[in-house]
Ligand binder design. Structure first.
Ligand code: ZN
Ligand code: ZN
Length: 263
């Protein structure tokens, strides 16, 4: 299998050397992985959320060195980008400077609120949950239309802390997944949710059904922030994909999609 969502200690909230992530991947028999650490913020640095801009060349260089060193596994250079609508040009400019294989688009912030942070509970308790979901989906929608990204990450991350909307959101999710199709985006089955209060994979079965309906190719991601989480719970991710008959897998090289199939 392939794990495209792997972080590094450069981001300030992950542990372990990059080499240890590769070794773990080899140990569990993955054929291909991609690092996708958080892109430095383009407006101001947020220590603990992403590497500094000055560290980005080191990240790229280290992936290239690991690629040389480990010829028995394919290693891709990816990146995960926090989407902020007012910073699209700056993000595009920074992305254009490096030879990424793929770019993940993510929404972890609603304006300045890091809603997925373990410290976000007090605000969640006060929030209009339906409104938060709507705002989140709308931002992803906007992100999907920018052309900046290849893969939309953990597309229902908003459920992370287990707060659920009172209203039915099916039509919003459907229009989002349709938007992925229109913009030729892949999305991911991400197992990190199993390790979060929500206790389930991203995205939900409701969304997986839409992914099948609109034939969105997927990648698998562990969102590992420590070496032992590489490829974690991929048996469950695979079973979910098969349950919904999702067999179209996206792989990437130099930001070109390579169509592959699960079986
Ligand atoms: Zn992270
Ligand atoms: Zn991530």
């Amino acid at each position: 299998m392939i794990d495209y969502h792997i972080h590094t200690n450069l981001c300030g909230h992950a542990t372990g050397k990059m080499e240890q992530y590769v070794e773990k991947a080899i140990e569990i028999g993955l054929q291909e992985i991609g690092f996708s650490d958080h892109l430095p913020f383009v407006d101001f640095e947020r220590p603990g959320f992403a590497m500094k801009r000055s560290q980005l060349p080191l990240y790229v260089q280290e992936v290239e060195e690991l690629r040389e060193k480990y010829s028995n596994i394919t290693i891709r250079l990816g990146i995960e980008v926090d989407y902020f609508p007012h910073l699209e040009n700056e993000i595009a400019e920074l992305l254009s400077q490096y030879p990424f294989d793929y770019v993940y688009g993510s929404v972890h912030f609603l304006e300045d609120w890091a809603f997925d942070s373990p410290y976000a509970f007090p605000q969640w308790n006060l929030a209009d949950v339906d409104g938060v979901y709507e705002q989140y989906i709308e931002l992803l929608h906007q992100a999907a239309q920018t052309g900046l990204f290849d893969i939309m990450a953990h597309c229902d991350l908003v459920k992370i802390h287990g707060f659920r909307p009172a209203r039915d959101m099916h039509s919003q999710w459907e229009s989002l997944v349709k938007c992925f199709q229109e913009n030729e985006l892949a999305t991911e089955i991400n197992t990190a949710g199993l390790r979060k209060p929500v206790g389930e994979i991203y995205p939900s079965e409701e969304i997986l059904e839409l992914i099948k309906k609109y034939e969105i190719p997927i990648v698998f991601g562990s969102d590992a922030h420590r070496p032992q989480d590489v490829g974690r719970d991929f048996d469950q991710a695979m079973n979910l994909a098969l349950k919904f008959d999702i067999t179209s897998i996206a792989r990437f090289s130099g930001r070109k999609r390579i169509e592959s199939y699960l079986i």
